[in-house]
Design a protein around this ligand. Structure first.
Ligand SMILES: NC(=O)c1ccc[n+]([C@@H]2O[C@H](COP(=O)([O-])OP(=O)(O)OC[C@H]3O[C@@H](n4cnc5c(N)ncnc54)[C@H](O)[C@@H]3O)[C@@H](O)[C@H]2O)c1
Length: 263
């Protein structure tokens, strides 16, 4: 247990039924935290929380609904009486359509879930963290929030917004003990990413060539970074977006970043 201070802390994870959110929940639970997995897919959240073990909770809720967001936080507080870590991992992929074929309703939905959802969750969690005089929030940005990816308008704009909102909230609450940071994952092999590969929207070989590390990351890589950012070891870190991407965003040269074998 590298972070013994996590024992007994309460961690609320949106998008907790799958991928990065689930890996985060499992990792914080291993450190002794009480974990609340919240997800649109309630039955999956409940099942995964039960699989983690006794003392954890699965809840259904839509982060783009203000009343659901309030219920998620209220239910967490009713059960555990405190909230130490909020992880905003709920999300859906972009349409990948050319701009002229994009549907404005889809654009709004993406922004609602990623950006407004993150905003509403932070806003709802903050009063309790302010009362405690301590708390950590971790938002999910993306390489798409920093680099320009064609046909990813809504997703990229939302992720860039999350990066900036992480700074504004981090500045607003720094003196009151709440730290707000983000992680910008590169290409991590989660169900989200596997579906993009399976649907032919993403070429895993090309991604590996473009990534200095030469491979896709794992959900555990992100969970490990979340644990650090939420821990007391990161006490003086706030407002940052940390890339966890095998060097993807650091690469600026022409040509492949990785030229080794692909199998
Ligand atoms: N996997 C990657 O490589 C990668 C890279 C960059 C950023 N991200 C971001 O990380 C986050 C998690 O991605 P993942 O790969 O774990 O995806 P995932 O699809 O495995 O999990 C996302 C979860 O969010 C839930 N969800 C979707 N809409 C919701 C809503 N409105 N309210 C509540 N829950 C909702 C889904 O049901 C799902 O369980 C997303 O924000 C994604 O954009 C992922």
């Amino acid at each position: 247990m590298p972070y013994p201070e996590m024992k007994g802390r309460v961690v609320l994870v949106t998008g907790g039924a799958s991928g990065l959110g689930l890996a985060a929940g499992q990792s914080f639970a291993r450190e002794g935290a009480h974990v609340v997995l919240a997800d649109l897919r309630a039955e999956h959240a409940v099942a995964e929380a039960a699989r983690i073990g006794a003392g954890h909770l699965g809840l259904g809720g839509d982060v783009s609904s203000e009343s659901d967001v309030a219920t998620l936080v209220d239910t967490t507080l009713a059960r555990y009486g405190r909230l130490d870590v909020l992880i905003n991992s709920a999300g859906i992929p972009d349409s990948f359509k050319p701009t002229l074929d994009q549907d404005v309703a889809d654009f709004r939905r993406l922004v609602d879930i990623h950006l407004s959802g993150t905003y509403m969750m932070c806003k709802a969690a903050a009063p309790q963290m302010l009362r405690q005089g301590r708390g950590a929030m971790i938002n999910l940005s993306s390489v798409a929030g920093v680099l320009g990816l064609a046909r990813r308008n809504a997703y990229s704009a939302a992720k860039a917004g999350i990066g900036m909102m992480t700074r504004t909230l981090g500045c607003e609450w720094a003196a009151q003990g709440i730290r707000v940071n983000a992680i910008a994952p590169g290409y991590m092999l989660t169900p989200f990413m596997q579906k993009l590969v399976d649907d032919g929207k993403l070429d895993a070989g090309l991604v590996r060539r473009r990534t200095p590390a030469g491979r896709l990351g794992s959900a555990q890589h992100i969970a490990d970074a979340m644990l650090f950012l939420a821990s007391d070891s990161a006490e003086f870190i706030t407002g940052v977006t940390l890339p966890v991407d095998g060097g993807y965003m650091a690469w600026g040269a022409v040509g492949d970043a990785y030229t080794g074998p692909l199998n």
